[in-house]
Design a protein around this ligand. Structure first.
Ligand SMILES: [Zn+2]
Ligand SMILES: [Zn+2]
Length: 302
């Protein structure tokens, strides 16, 4: 994203006095590290963890991970919960549309977005059913590695975000963005999943056909960028970062996750929506957090 592409509201944030330039980056790193997610939370929130036995494999310890991986063509749609044959979605011959709710219903309550009762007809329609059976596939992971700490004393602080679309293989990375602690966008790339896309998930991802068709960047390139830019001590900040790491097939354990720092009062599986976190943050900001906050304002347009 060039500076001209940054909306004016965000540019104002960039133009503000640079808080981070007044802060020793090593001190900043150590302060932000205080918010690091402990291993027990990484497990609980479904992060891919290293499998001591197999370097290219991840291990998942939370409850949903114990479900067996379904590699057959018989799938269950992650949106409408109907069973479907993957070949039907690929060929797009079925007239059985996917009718689903934009947001889930929890504990029998009405759906968040439309207010309709649980079990009611969906408020959204898509041409195909979709699955995410690849989310718990532990294979083909890479892990960030230990590196010498740079002269400034900080192994780096970055905010990351990925967009995903539905392919025949499941939920797959189609865009990756990295912002450094100064709010500078250092990566904003579309990724071509190199397999058939069933649904771009445009309403949530913003991704369209021309975005992925127009790029030769693939997941491997994005992984290489991560390995080069991040060490295992780099702080990666985001909201529900595990989704991004799973899409990246990346194991990384120095994480500041706003979903963990500010958990939902009712506990998992509830997570506070990023848009509701703003008021909470403003009340608890320290200097270091304000820098973090700036990154989030830029990144998530809060
Ligand atoms: Zn709905
Ligand atoms: Zn469906």
């Amino acid at each position: 994203m060039s500076e001209e592409e940054i909306p004016s509201k965000r540019r104002r944030v960039l133009d503000q006095k640079d808080i981070s330039s007044k802060v020793n980056v090593k001190v900043l790193y150590n302060k932000i590290l205080l918010h690091r997610a402990r291993p027990v939370y990484l497990d609980r929130y479904g992060y891919p963890r290293p499998d001591g036995q197999h370097p290219e494999k991840a291990k998942f310890s939370n409850l949903s991970s114990v479900q067996p991986i379904n590699d057959s063509d018989n799938k269950t749609c992650v949106r409408c919960e109907k069973s479907f044959l993957l070949t039907e979605s690929i060929e797009n011959t079925s007239d059985k549309k996917c009718v689903y709710h934009k947001r889930r219903s929890y504990q029998g309550k009405p759906h968040d977005y439309c207010g309709r009762r649980r079990g009611s007809r969906g408020c959204r329609t898509a041409d195909n059913h979709v699955h995410n059976d690849n989310l718990r596939d532990p294979s083909n992971y890479i892990a960030t590695i230990k590196k010498t700490i740079p002269d400034d004393g900080s192994p780096g602080i970055y905010s990351i975000d990925g967009e995903m679309s539905y392919t025949v293989k499941g939920r797959t990375l189609t865009k990756f963005t990295v912002v450094d602690h100064n709010g500078k966008v250092i990566c904003n790339e579309f990724a071509n999943p190199v397999c058939q896309i069933i649904d771009y998930n445009t309403e949530f991802s913003g991704i369209t056909k021309s975005d992925t068709d127009g790029t030769t960047t693939i997941l491997k390139d994005v992984q290489n960028f991560c390995l080069e830019k991040f060490s295992s001590d780099t702080v990666l900040i985001g909201h529900a970062v595990e989704c991004n790491l799973i899409a990246l097939r990346l194991i990384h354990e120095t994480i500041v996750d706003t979903a963990i720092v500010f958990p939902h009062p009712r506990g998992l599986p509830h997570m506070r929506a990023l848009r509701t976190l703003g008021a909470t943050f403003r009340a608890v900001l320290t200097t270091a957090e304000r820098v973090l906050w700036r990154v989030w304002i830029l990144f998530y347009d809060l």
